[in-house]
Design a protein around this ligand. Sequence first.
Ligand code: FDA
Length: 299
Amino acid sequence: MSFFNKIIVAIVQRLPKTIVGIFSKKYIAGETLDEAVEYVKTLNAKGIFATIDVLGESIKTKEEAVDSKKKALQVLDTINENKLKANISIKPTQMGLSIDENFAFEQISELVEKAKQLNNFVRIDMEDSPYTDKTFKLYKRLKGNYDNLGVVVQAYLKRTYDDVVVLNKLDTNYRLCKGIYIESPNIAYKNKKAIRDNYMNVLETILKSGNYVGIATHDEFLINAAYKKIKEMNLSNDKFEFQMLLGVREDLRDKINADGYKMRIYVPFGKDWYPYSMRRLKENPEIAGYIFKSIFNFK
Ligand code: FDA
């Protein structure tokens, strides 16, 4: 972490919760599911899709994990009742992966089954590296029973290309992102160019395999490179979509949408926005820079 980032992290961590709440609002749909529904409706009205995530603190007991699952089931029902163009994203540890792998499998199976009945889809987010293997193992087990789920791969991990070669054979629906956690240089690229190069390498491999991919990035360089690749390969629009986080680069989001490409926004909501924001901040101090800029309105 650079000296500048350390200072920003220290400042943001000491800000009162009310102040943090002001800028966190930009990145979160609200505390309630109703607020998330209203937000998704405004996106849908513009032709933009959503993936809804219930924010939660780290899980220590099975009861908490069951509670997280119930909230996700409620989101699936609510999407259906409101006819929203949305699916759900879940964090495996939130469903109990750090407690018991079989238990997490049962929990997520229930969610994917419910989604299947409602003609919907579950995206399994990728967390930090202690969970990479466990998450792929879980995904592969689920994939044996269901088609309506997908997983996330992180371009900063050196292993990702090899993972994708295996996952391509399973007819995988991907989200490709850079990766948000702080990982060791032994397993992760640290340099911006190396991450971008790997992102494009992995993207090309997925696109060539014919698997579906959510191109999840706000990096204009990568978005332009993806546009170029899509045109070069003469790909039809049903092979990919673009994805962004709520509140980030809305100008670019609207441009991609206006260009006629499918766009999906990650919409987090929930009472746990404060620990979520702080955890994200510690995981990736660059976010502190964005927050700092938004508070003080730097360009
Ligand atoms: P980069 O970080 O270079 O950002 C490019 C530009 O976008 C910045 O210069 C800035 O202008 C803007 N920007 C980016 N993030 C911002 C922010 N938070 N606030 C304000 N501006 C910001 N990661 C992971 O490890 N597991 C996962 O499951 C997911 N899931 C996921 C879903 C979706 C839909 C997205 C878009 C991203 C994720 N991520 C993720 C996060 C991802 O790995 C990555 O950390 C961020 O998307 C930032 O990387 P970019 O590719 O946007 O590039």
